[in-house]
Every structure is written in structure tokens, then in C-alpha cells.
Design a binder for this molecule. Structure first.
Ligand code: NAP
Length: 436
């Protein structure tokens, strides 16, 4: 018998557990451990609340959690409640699937002013992440800016641009919906340091901006290279550029109250304001031969009392685990960190790729684990039994998959009309359901 711990219950963690079940059958026990009492990581806290079809993938993860060999063990912070050394002592292999939930910083003056938030914070706020429930983003000004040209920047801009009615069917948390209902924001500027050809936005997500009820996208025709240049693009990317070109050709719909302005070739220099963010100073750029943004020295001001930096994420460190500073992830070789210690998903590769990209990742690491400790072998580890003893000793209450089902039922029962659930956000709300 082999005992495995997967740390993190987002897509990467669940695909790894699924792959380990396939590789080992009844010859392994797998604990999926999460610091929160509830599972699914990115699916619950990261995927946009108005993208419910993407969230449906959690049904597949439910099936994994229901396997006899698999347990969900929530409410356990590895590095705090249990150390990495203790975990490695208890299990034959530990797989880190901790994602990349921390914002990368722009590193410019004024970034710490009130009114400036990272996309992980903003997304966490509207998605019911307990760490960001009290964020209270600045929604009382007329102007917001989102820095970055990726899909997360699009998510943030779209959430700011929608009216109440457009959140029907979503699971946006009540506190965010109420605040957004009162929002005074009319202009959302998306700042890209490079041009339209260099965006990291996918067609479906970009296309949504063309169908908003009270907001209109604005793109400058002059920002594009000649249309022939699109021929060299990969087809999916070309589709995104075609959508952008279409926005530019159509022009803004003046009948709509909110504008989403694409400001390309705009590199943030500093954020200014009296005690809070009021504006962002940007420098016009041109692209050099390698496609990098070069400042031209020409600067201008974009008014914004809410500034969301959406420029990528980092994996939080865990004491005792080697870290790749530049990549913002665990130092690893194709997922292997050390004997018996692996990383998958964004903790392995850095914050790129869709939910599905994590599947081959998890399977590849499970193959490596199976090659190092063949099914049928025994490592003499205590696994779940040892973890339970340790938690008992420390008076720590973990949550099970059945506990999650109880929380899920209570969230569904509390849902406002048209919403699949009303997410509980704070520890005491979760534990109340469990009689704690
Ligand atoms: P991303 O796709 O890597 O985009 C990051 C953006 O930040 C890029 O446009 C980058 O510009 C810009 N940036 C980086 N450093 C900057 C700086 N110092 N100043 C100005 N701009 C800077 O990251 P993401 O949007 O966080 O998304 C993460 C992953 O999740 C992606 O793979 C994404 O597709 C995926 N995702 C998917 C969905 C969906 O499918 N619905 C939704 C959300 C996220 P440069 O190109 O110039 O570096």
C-alpha cells in the first residue's frame, strides 16, 4: 500500500488524484488536503461567477472525491497546522497543487495607495474568498483602470461593466453584487504595455464584451498593424484579433452608459493621488525587433480611482520547499522537486494555461510517482491514520467531503433567486453549518 498527499484541491490537485487512482487502483490511499474547509480552489475562488459552464467541471472532481481510495481533508494549512517535513514523513509522496494565488507586483511608485488592488484580491472579493471579503474596492469614482492584457484583466473589466440583471444565473457573492449595484464607474480603461497582436485574450472571453447590456468596447483602428500581418498569427489568436478589429470598426455604441477602453502601447510608470489613487501615469511605447515594449518618453495621464493590476500570479512559498524566484513557482524538473516531492499545475509551470491544461500535468506526475514506487509496493508510511493522530493532538478540526456536501446544501438553500448558491465566505459561516 502507498499513501499520497495532494496539497491543494483545485483542478491540478483533482486531476493528479484521478491519475493516481487510475495508476494504483486499490494499492494507494490519496488524501487531497486544502487550507479551506471547502474544495475546488480556482474553480470556486478564481473562475468568474458568470462563467458557470466552466465551473461545471467540479462534477468530474466530485466523482474522484467519491472514490473509496480518496479523501478530502479540508481546513488544514500545510506549513502552519502541519509542517512539510511532518507531511513527507507521513506519506510516500507529497504532490503540491497549491496554484498561484498571489498577485505579481508592478513595482512602480504609488502601487500601495488605497484604491490599487491586485486581480487576485479583486477576483477573490467577488468570488467569496475569505481573505478578501473585506476588500471594499473603490467603486465610487467614475474611472477604473485594469493593467494587463490577459483573460483575467477581461474578467475584471467585464464584472465592472455588467448591470445587476446580467449577473442572473451567476454565483457572485452577495456583498460584491450589492457593492457593484452602487458602482459609479463609467469608464474602464484596459492598459496594455504592448499592442493588439500581443494580447493574451481568448476569442470567447473577448467576444463577450461585444454583447454587454450597458457597456461598449472602444478600440482605436490606428493601433493595429496592416491587416496582412494577421495571416502569420496562430488561428485562435487571429480570431481574437479579428474580434478586436471588429470592435474598432464598429466604433463605440454611444447609447451605452459604460465604456471599456482598450489603451494599447501604454506602460504604467506611477500611480498618483492625495492619500488614495486618483490617476495612473503611463508612457507610450513602441515595439522593438523582439516584440518587447520600449518607452518613447511620451507620457500621459489616465484618471482612475480604482486600479486593478492583472499582470500574472505567483505560487506562495512553503518553508522547506525549493523555490524558483524568477518563475514564481516551486523549483522542479518536469514536476519533480525532490524524492517523494512533486508539483503540478500552476505551482509547477507558472500561471498559464486553461483548467484542462492541468490534466496532462497531473497524469505526467502520477506516471513519475508510479515509476518511482511501483503499484503493489509498500513504503511503510502511516498516511491518513498518522495525519488524524497529529490533528487530534493539536486540536485541529479537518473537514471531510461529507462536510463539504453539507456546506454545499446550505449554500444552495440560502441562494437568492436565479443563483445556484450563496457562497459562505467566512470560517465561522462554514463551521456553523457543521455545528461548530
Ligand atoms: P496572462 O495571460 O499571462 O496575462 C498577463 C498580462 O499582464 C499580459 O498581457 C502581460 O503583458 C501583462 N503584464 C505582465 N507584466 C506587466 C507589467 N509589468 N506591466 C504591464 N503589463 C504587464 O495572465 P492572466 O490574465 O493572469 O491569466 C492567467 C492564465 O489563466 C492564462 O493562461 C489565462 O488564459 C487563464 N485564464 C483563462 C480564463 C478563461 O479561459 N475564461 C479566464 C481567466 C484566466 P505582456 O504580454 O507584455 O507580458
Amino acid at each position: 500500500m502507498r499513501h499520497f498527499a495532494v496539497v491543494g484541491s483545485g483542478p491540478a490537485g483533482f486531476y493528479t488524484a484521478e491519475a493516481l487512482v487510475k495508476a494504483y487502483g486499490d494499492q494507494a490511499r490519496i488524501d487531497i488536503i486544502d487550507r479551506y474547509p471547502v474544495p475546488y480552489g480556482l474553480i470556486r475562488f478564481g473562475v468568474a461567477p458568470d462563467h458557470q459552464s466552466l465551473k461545471a467541471v467540479s462534477k468530474r472532481y466530485d466523482k474522484v472525491a467519491e472514490e473509496d481510495q480518496v479523501r478530502f481533508v479540508g481546513n488544514i494549512d500545510i506549513g502552519e497546522a502541519v509542517s512539510m517535513a511532518e507531511l513527507r514523513d507521513l506519506y510516500d509522496a507529497v504532490v503540491l497543487a497549491t496554484g498561484a494565488p498571489h498577485d505579481r507586483k508592478l513595482g512602480i511608485a504609488g502601487e500601495d495607495l488605497p484604491g490599487v488592488v491586485g486581480s487576485a484580491e479583486f477576483v477573490g472579493w467577488y468570488n467569496g474568498h475569505p481573505d478578501f471579503a473585506d476588500l471594499a474596492p473603490q467603486l465610487d469614482g467614475a474611472h477604473a483602470a485594469v493593467v494587463g492584457n490577459g483573460n483575467v484583466a477581461l474578467d475584471c473589466a467585464r464584472i465592472l461593466a455588467k448591470n445587476h440583471h446580467e449577473f442572473e444565473g451567476s454565483d457572485i457573492v452577495g456583498h460584491a453584487l450589492e457593492a457593484l449595484d452602487r458602482s459609479a464607474i463609467r469608464t474602464i480603461t484596459i492598459l496594455g504595455r504592448r499592442g493588439p497582436h500581443q494580447i493574451s485574450m481568448t476569442p470567447k472571453e473577448l467576444g463577450e464584451l461585444g454583447h454587454l447590456e450597458i457597456a461598449t468596447p472602444e478600440v482605436e483602428v490606428a493601433d493595429f498593424p496592416p491587416i496582412d500581418a494577421d495571416d502569420a498569427l496562430e488561428p485562435g489568436h487571429r480570431k481574437s484579433i479579428t474580434i478586436l478589429r471588429d470592435f474598432a470598426a464598429r466604433g463605440a455604441d454611444e447609447s451605452k452608459a459604460r465604456r471599456i477602453v482598450f489603451d494599447f502601447f501604454a506602460k504604467p510608470l506611477r500611480i498618483e493621488g492625495e492619500g488614495k489613487a486618483e490617476r495612473i501615469i503611463v508612457e507610450r511605447t513602441v515595439l522593438d525587433d523582439t516584440g518587447a515594449a520600449l518607452g518613447t518618453g511620451e507620457t500621459y495621464t489616465v484618471p482612475a480611482s480604482l486600479i486593478i493590476t492583472s499582470i500574472g500570479y505567483q505560487t506562495p512559498r512553503i518553508p522547506g520547499v525549493p523555490y524558483d524566484e524568477r518563475g514564481g513557482k516551486f523549483a522542479n524538473d518536469r514536476g519533480r522537486i525532490a524524492d517523494g516531492l512533486y508539483a503540478v499545475g500552476w505551482a509547477r509551470r507558472g500561471p498559464t494555461g486553461t483548467i484542462g491544461t492541468n490534466r496532462p500535468d497531473g497524469y505526467e506526475v502520477a506516471d513519475q510517482v508510479a515509476a518511482a514506487m511501483p503499484p503493489g509496493s509498500d513504503g511503510g508510511k502511516r498516511g491518513a491514520e498518522g495525519l488524524a493522530a497529529l490533528l487530534d493532538e493539536r486540536g485541529i478540526r479537518s473537514t471531510s467531503f461529507d462536510d463539504w456536501r453539507a456546506i454545499e446544501a446550505a449554500e444552495s438553500a440560502a441562494a437568492r433567486p436565479g443563483s445556484p448558491r450563496e457562497k459562505f465566505v467566512r470560517h465561522h459561516e462554514w463551521l456553523k453549518v457543521l455545528g461548530g
